[in-house]
Design a protein around this ligand. Structure first.
Ligand SMILES: *[C@@H]1O[C@H](CO)[C@@H](O)[C@H](O)[C@H]1NC(C)=O
Ligand SMILES: *[C@@H]1O[C@H](CO)[C@@H](O)[C@H](O)[C@H]1NC(C)=O
Ligand SMILES: *[C@@H]1O[C@H](CO)[C@@H](O)[C@H](O)[C@H]1NC(C)=O
Ligand SMILES: *[C@@H]1O[C@H](CO)[C@@H](O)[C@H](O)[C@H]1NC(C)=O
Length: 207
């Protein structure tokens, strides 16, 4: 299982100021939180059934879908596989009008950890579904190594101010152009946990 839970304050110092200083997208409209959260639920239903149907009416006509930083056909990607989800958690970014959902599938034959950022357009339809999909092939992340290899590029943030959590997706050039997901949560000014996924195109990751 490519899921690593740790507490690493050094990483927090490295990342959080970037997250706070560099908001990538501010929604210039009122974000309907109910609609954003129910879109995340619809996404979870879609993944559970392996069908796009629950999402269909929520998608904008020009919505985009990507997995591990690559544009992907949603009808052939992981979203088309019916998966029994053992754990699901969603954070909401009311500023960017986006959600971050973490899914854990423990099925021994085909385990996954999937992190998904969903962004909404002005009319609350889904503009993009952006997933980091990690399987047993994926590298169990060593946060100490990452620290030495910042910065990385193409960062996408979902900041849940109420939860005090930040989801960051990026391209990690020095790690075989890996797709990388970090999630941080602050509690009482301390880093509570970090979930990370690093996916190196199905290959074992190596620097
Ligand atoms: C927000 O979205 C919900 C669910 O889609 C809808 O029922 C509600 O009317 C919306 N609220 C506003 C203010 O548009
Ligand atoms: C909402 O916006 C999207 C993208 O801009 C567009 O494809 C869709 O038709 C719009 N839906 C409505 C109901 O206006
Ligand atoms: C989709 O259409 C909307 C409205 O026309 C536009 O603002 C948005 O940039 C488009 N998105 C993409 C990915 O082309
Ligand atoms: C990370 O670095 C700290 C401090 O140097 C060390 O105590 C810890 O064992 C390291 N962790 C890993 C996974 O290498």
């Amino acid at each position: 299982m490519a899921l690593h839970t740790t507490s690493l304050w050094v990483m927090m110092i490295a990342i959080i100021p970037i997250a706070l200083a560099g908001p990538t997208s501010h929604a210039a409209f009122e974000c309907n939180q109910t609609a954003a959260l129910s879109a995340a639920d619809a996404y979870v239903s879609a993944q559970t059934t392996g069908q796009l149907d629950p999402l269909q009416q929520l998608l904008s006509s020009n919505w985009t879908y990507q997995e591990n930083n690559k544009a992907t056909d949603a009808k052939t990607g992981v979203l088309s596989k019916a998966l029994k989800i053992d754990h699901r958690r969603t954070n909401l970014d009311t500023t960017a009008c986006a959600t971050y959902t973490e899914l854990i599938i423990t099925n021994a034959a085909s385990p996954y950890v999937i992190g998904t950022q969903i962004r909404h357009g002005t009319n609350m339809t889904i503009a993009s579904v952006d997933s980091i999909v990690s399987t047993t092939n994926s590298w169990i992340f060593n946060a100490n190594v990452t620290l030495q290899h910042l910065p990385n590029t193409r960062r996408r943030y979902v900041v849940d101010e109420a939860m005090g959590s930040v989801s960051i997706f990026c391209l990690w050039e020095h790690m075989m152009m890996a797709a990388d997901s970090h999630e941080f949560r602050l509690e009482g000014g301390k880093l509570r946990y970090v979930h990370t996924m690093t996916v190196c195109g199905g290959q074992p990751c190596a620097l």
